[in-house]
Structure formats: structure tokens, C-alpha cells
Design a protein around this ligand. Structure first.
Ligand code: SF4
Length: 350
């Protein structure tokens, strides 16, 4: 029997494009039947290759998966259950945007299997939401968070900080509101300006690196839930298992246009993309490098096994142990290292 694979399903459709967004997504209404047929075709393809493997987690990401009609979601879950072994699947996450999910629809998704909802709140300030190009207001977002929490499913929310004119004060206020909502999982992302976006063409007066670093550090000081990954915070036991599995280097299948996966088949790793179903072998060096890049994003870091020893410069760790540490045969970034993770990785990886 082949190894277990997590499943990521990309739903690249949104009601409109946010001004900062460089993700693969379209604001054109999709033909849901064709989309669903495509996903089912890809499920068949991988089931043929891998057999009835175990699926530990499923993640519907986007885009805006909460736009999906319930019958489409139901067909995909049923098809996954027919072709793979979902009996030990502990987490089915749906990414959502406020304004696209009524309370009734949320309960329909829950009865069809989701047990985790990730909500794109982004800000509690209506002026900021408008600036970001979001279509919802703060009240709608808070209502969705509260309805999801009341329903008993695990609830997470995404936020963006580091907007023009933001300072530590804004981040503290954001953290206090997250604390007040009692969220057990939250993702806080620094606003990054991508070239081919409306923000990329606007010459915005962004906070400088030092100001961004102060804001990043203020999150850990003010949020009640601890950091477990560079941008993710959770009460212990409420981490996103799907993302954790991927950051830990486990196998996953990406379904749908814009999705990517890492397949482990016949003792070989493959990189894979969804939609047109392409896959090619990953050599040991690339695979180990990827494990370092994703593993060091997590607070627990990565085990220093033989594969990893081949790609990291141990001497760099010895010299820069204020940034990266080796303890109990694991490598992990310190708080100072997390602040400059991209630069650290360039120096750490041979
Ligand atoms: S909702 Fe998400 S994926 Fe869609 S445009 Fe906005 S940021 Fe991009």
C-alpha cells in the first residue's frame, strides 16, 4: 500500500479581486459542473496510481471555496470517499470569505463534512477593508466568526497587518480584538506588495523593515494564542493539521488549476501540479532543501536527519546561533531568525 497523502483542492474563483492579491484566482463566475468533473477526473487519476490510500486531511483553498454550491462540494467529498480511504481523515477545512457564507450554507457545509472553517477577515476596520479591496465589512466578518464558533467547528481567521501608516499600536489593537473574539487559531500576514497587482502599481508609502519587525514582535507579545509557524498562531491542539503535515514534509496531492502537490510513489518523490495533471521526479537535493524551507517556518523546526545534513551548513548554525539553533537533533529558527527567515535560509542552505 502506498503512503498516506493529504489532499489540497484549489477553488480559484472569487467575487472580485482584492487589490493586493497575486494568487491564481479569477473573478469570473465558473461553470461549477465542469470544475467538479475536472476535480473528479484528477481524483480518478491519482487513485489509479496510488490505490485506496489513507487521506489524513482535506483542505479546500482558494480563491473563495465558500462560493462553491453545496451539491458540488458534496459530489467532490463523496468521490474522494469512494476512491480513497477517508476513514481516518481528521480534518476537512474550507476557506471562506465573509458575505459568501450564510448561516444556513455554513451548516450545509458542516453536514457534508467540513470540521474546520478558515475565514478571510483581514481587518476589523471598514476603511481598511475598502482600501484592501475587500467586499465585506467588519460586522459581517465578526458575525461569520461567531456563527462558526457557535456551530462547534474549529474556526480560524486570517488578518493582514503592516498597511501604510500602520504601527505597533494598530497591531496591538488587532491582537486585542482577536483575543476578545476567543479565536483558537489565527493567521496574521504582513502586507507584501506584489508587482502585478493594483497595489504594485500604486507607489504606496509602506512601513519600513524595522517598523514591520516591531509589528511582528508585537503580535507574540499581545496575542493570547502562541505562534506555531511564522504567520500562524493557535491554542495547542488547534493547529491546522493539513498545513502542519505539509510543513513537516508529508505527501499531498494538489487538485484543480493552480494547485501543487508532492507525491510519494514507489519510494520516489514527485512534484505535481493540478488541473492539467503534470508530475516529475524531485531529486534528493531539491526535496531536502524544500523540507528545510518549510520546516524552518515552524517553531518546532526540522529534524537533522541524513537528508537534511546534506543540504545545510552546520558551521553557519554554530556561528549564528542567535538566529538558528541546533538542539536535541533539531534545527529551528529563533525569534530573531524568524524575522529574517528568507535571508537566513539563503545562508543556511549549501
Ligand atoms: S479573496 Fe483571496 S484569493 Fe480572492 S482575490 Fe481576495 S485575496 Fe485573492
Amino acid at each position: 500500500m502506498n503512503t498516506a497523502h493529504n489532499i489540497y483542492i484549489h477553488v480559484p474563483f472569487c467575487i472580485s479581486k482584492c487589490k493586493y492579491c497575486a494568487f491564481y484566482s479569477s473573478a469570473v463566475a465558473p461553470d461549477w459542473e465542469s470544475y467538479c468533473n475536472g476535480i473528479c477526473y484528477e481524483i480518478d487519476f491519482w487513485a489509479e496510481k496510488l490505490g485506496k490510500i489513507k487521506i489524513p486531511t482535506v483542505f479546500f483553498g482558494g480563491g473563495t471555496p465558500s462560493l462553491m454550491p453545496i451539491n458540488i462540494f458534496q459530489r467532490i467529498i463523496t468521490h474522494l470517499g469512494n476512491k480513497f480511504n477517508l476513514s481516518g481523515c481528521s480534518e476537512i477545512t474550507l476557506e471562506s470569505n465573509p458575505g459568501t457564507l450564510t448561516n444556513d450554507k455554513l451548516h450545509d457545509f458542516i453536514s457534508c463534512g467540513i470540521n474546520r472553517l478558515s475565514i478571510g477577515v483581514q481587518s476589523f476596520d471598514d476603511t481598511e477593508l475598502k482600501f484592501l479591496g475587500r467586499k465585506h465589512d467588519a460586522k459581517t466578518a465578526i458575525n461569520l466568526v461567531e456563527n462558526a464558533q457557535k456551530s462547534g467547528i474549529r474556526t480560524s481567521a486570517d488578518f493582514i497587518y503592516g498597511l501604510p501608516n500602520h504601527s505597533v499600536k494598530n497591531v496591538i489593537s488587532l491582537c486585542n480584538k482577536i483575543n476578545d473574539l476567543g479565536l483558537k487559531h489565527a493567521s496574521l500576514y504582513e502586507l507584501t506588495i506584489e508587482p502585478n497587482t493594483p497595489f504594485g502599481r500604486m507607489n504606496l508609502d509602506m512601513p519600513n523593515n524595522d517598523e514591520m519587525a516591531d509589528m511582528y514582535l508585537a503580535i507574540s507579545d499581545n496575542l493570547k494564542i502562541p505562534r506555531y509557524e511564522i504567520s500562524n498562531y493557535a491554542e495547542p491542539g488547534f493547529e491546522c493539521m493539513h498545513n502542519k503535515n505539509i510543513w513537516d514534509g508529508n505527501a499531498y496531492i494538489g487538485l484543480g488549476h493552480g494547485a501543487m502537490g508532492r507525491i510519494f510513489m514507489n519510494n520516489t518523490w514527485y512534484e505535481q501540479s493540478g488541473g492539467d495533471i503534470k508530475f516529475s521526479e524531485l531529486n534528493d537535493q531539491v526535496r531536502a532543501t524544500e523540507r528545510v524551507i518549510t520546516g524552518l517556518r515552524t517553531v518546532q523546526g526540522i529534524k537533522l536527519d541524513n537528508e537534511i545534513k546534506n543540504v545545510v551548513d552546520i558551521n553557519y548554525i554554530n556561528i549564528h546561533n542567535d538566529l538558528v539553533k541546533l538542539k536535541d537533533n533539531r534545527i529551528y529558527a529563533t525569534d530573531a531568525g524568524m524575522l529574517i527567515l528568507d535571508e537566513l535560509l539563503v545562508n543556511l542552505i549549501k
